[in-house]
Design a protein around this ligand. Structure first.
Ligand code: NAD
Length: 253
């Protein structure tokens, strides 16, 4: 076996949430390139179908489940769909997420709650549903953010709290499940990557942040996907409970 074989996902099934745009689409395509079959979850049916077509064009099988991850039923339905289509779910990428920027004194309770509902509660419900069926050798990856560890010029208490929390959740589930069930649980903290989410940032914001990024540029989607495949596959087989920054070095500054 060559070292590159460790990154192969032949015979495995990956469930990716938020697979209708941005990093979720790239992760789905990358996992398909590594030979996984896919279960895709998001709210926008038409966009999910486009990602499904891209996965199938790569020669892999794919089922889609439309739903809001903050509803625990969505996790249940997604896992049922994966079990029905493929008989297994090996990988979960908890990627669905929303971001807001509200000054704390003007933030409505429902705005704060919605971010926590999607980013934290949604990730937990999906992990619970997958953890019930996953077999030894499986892997869960929570997509956190550098904002779980630092601030970056915008008022983002809800988003930052949710992204710190999914790292803590990964650590706790790793301790609960790695030894007992053989499921590794990790997190990734991306820096700046172009997506629908970052398109909402104020004009020039990312450029203004670049002095804090030693690499001096935004990340490329394939650099994020490579980290996903590392943690999803046997290549990351001795990593559990960690958070891997993919941030051009921003957390060092
Ligand atoms: P994006 O907005 O393009 O993707 C987010 C996806 O999640 C979308 O497909 C959206 O429809 C889906 N989604 C949102 N709420 C949902 C819900 N309730 N139920 C189901 N699906 C839902 O943005 P992105 O940048 O690709 O974000 C992907 C993940 O990466 C997010 O968790 C985000 O917080 C994280 N992240 C992104 C960056 C970046 O620079 N792009 C940096 C750090 C972390």
């Amino acid at each position: 076996m060559s070292i590159l074989d460790l990154f192969q996902l032949n015979g495995r099934v990956a469930l990716v949430t938020g697979a209708s745009s941005g990093l979720g689409v790239s992760a789905a395509e990358g996992l398909a390139e590594a030979s996984a079959d896919l279960v895709l979850v998001a709210r926008r049916a038409e966009k999910l179908e486009a990602t499904k077509a891209a996965v199938e064009a790569l020669g892999r099988e794919c089922v889609v489940v439309t739903g809001d991850v903050s509803d625990p039923e969505t996790g249940t339905r997604a896992v049922e769909a994966g079990m029905e289509a493929f008989g297994r779910v090996d990988i979960l990428v908890n990627n669905a997420g929303i971001g807001t920027a509200h000054p704390a004194t003007r933030e409505a309770p429902e705005d704060f709650e919605q971010v926590i509902d999607v980013n934290l509660n949604g990730s937990y419900f999906m992990a619970q549903a997958c953890g019930r069926v996953m077999q030894p050798g499986s892997s869960i990856i929570n997509i956190s953010s550098i904002l779980g560890f630092t601030t970056a010029g915008l008022p983002q208490s809800a988003y930052a709290s949710s992204k710190a929390a999914v790292v803590a959740m990964a650590r706790d589930l790793a301790v609960q499940w790695t030894g007992r069930k053989g499921i590794r649980v990790n997190a990734i903290a991306p820096g700046f990557f172009e997506s629908e989410m970052t398109a909402q940032y104020p004009e020039g914001y990312i450029e203004k942040m670049m002095h804090r990024v030693p690499a001096g540029r935004k990340g490329k989607h394939e650099e994020f996907v490579a980290a996903v495949i590392f943690l999803a596959s046997d290549a990351g087989g001795y990593c559990t409970g960690i958070c891997l920054p993919v941030d051009g070095g921003m957390l060092t500054t």
